[in-house]
Design a protein around this ligand. Sequence first.
Ligand SMILES: Cc1cc2nc3c(=O)[nH]c(=O)nc-3n(C[C@H](O)[C@H](O)[C@H](O)COP(=O)(O)OP(=O)(O)OC[C@H]3O[C@@H](n4cnc5c(N)ncnc54)[C@H](O)[C@@H]3O)c2cc1C
Length: 434
Amino acid sequence: MQATKVAVVGGGLGGLSAAALLARGGCEVTLYERSKHLGGRARTTEVEGFRFNLGPHALYRAGAALRVLERLGVRPTGGIPNQAGAHALLGGRLHTLPRGAVTLMTTDVLSLAGKLEVAKLLAGLARIDTQPLGALSMREWLETRLTRKDSRALVAALIRVSTYCADLEALSAGAALKQLQCATAANVLYVDGGWSTLVDAVAQRGREAGARLELSARVEGVVLQAGGQRVEGVRLADGTVHRADAVVLAGSPADVAALVPEDAVLAREAREAVPVHAATLELGLSALPRPDALFALGLDGPWYASVHSASAKLAPEGGAMVHVAKYLGGTDTDASEAQLEAVMDALQPGWREKVVARRFRPSLTVSAGLPRAANGGLSGRPTVSVPHVGGLYRVGDWVGEEGMLADASLASAEAVEQALVQGNAASQRRAAGA
Ligand SMILES: Cc1cc2nc3c(=O)[nH]c(=O)nc-3n(C[C@H](O)[C@H](O)[C@H](O)COP(=O)(O)OP(=O)(O)OC[C@H]3O[C@@H](n4cnc5c(N)ncnc54)[C@H](O)[C@@H]3O)c2cc1C
């Protein structure tokens, strides 16, 4: 039987994982990436020996991304962030961050009533059934489940750091709480050498399995059969047409809609998507002024700072690599470099004299679309297979019912594999048995 010929459009971690899984499953895969580099948002840049991810990146140890990477034989090394150096940032000053029974009782960021409310919530967090909460906004959930302003502020901060979303009005409570459960179940991993090590390893697995990875190859359109109900291939910007039995689109909702311009459903999904943005400041320091202050989480503002090199190999000997971020969204969509510097002033006074390398990004797209309460949360996200066009699939952090961020990208890549490889194997078995 002839191998299914698949065109994958997009060489980020999602598209690469789909290409590798499909090639290992026996498909004849060509991946097209418009830029000169693979990796998309999972790229890492080396500046003066410091390894800068595109903003703070952490792999959820209980998430789908690690599961898929392991299936591909990719085992990232790195470290779990050290809880001892973690602080809450409130009123421009560091405080004890409640993260267990002792710190919860000793912190001054919560009143006694707030402490009791948060303790009760955290004790029962893993048992919350998130399924019925899909259509409820995170804001509504906080307001109905917690009575105190201080406990709401703390839980909102924990939701921001787990989901990257500051728009708690749009965010589904079911999706957000599931993500918080995932983050607290097994914490996260900061990856040695940065996320480009994951990109390189997945690309290598794909190539070994026979996938062709084409760079500087912009796809301009999906070619459909007459009637538009089935894919026929892809058309590249150089005018060439490449035939395929299946096409996997691994870009944003807007990228997907642009490739099938006559499709009203895809256009509507692109219009409705609510992307998640963050401002980021990457810092390479010759030394840490305060070696005991490794993490700060804003309670009265959407702030984050973390010394990633304290847990993973990301800095030259003796140096430190720090990610600072502001979660954007809702009513607060702008950030200045000075705001992020102020977070560092609180966490690491004296840091300015130690700067070797720095990079500020006022707005990065963290996720192409958050799971919206208005759509029912995770179960309302666009499906992996485009139901009205045979052979058309999509992969990304806005697709499918599982996970957020890179977990969703890799879970959707796995779902495409299930549809094209495992589904094929099952139909072949059925045909053989018939
Ligand atoms: C600041 C920041 C922090 C983050 N932190 C985390 C984190 O802690 N944990 C986590 O799990 N995730 C995190 N993420 C999200 C994570 O980086 C993404 O979810 C993941 O990398 C998305 O991969 P992807 O392949 O789906 O999309 P992308 O990486 O966006 O890749 C899409 C690719 O498709 C290509 N493309 C699009 N259209 C075309 C076309 N027509 N032709 C050819 N190529 C095309 C693009 O060039 C791009 O390379 C973070 C992201 C950012 C920006």
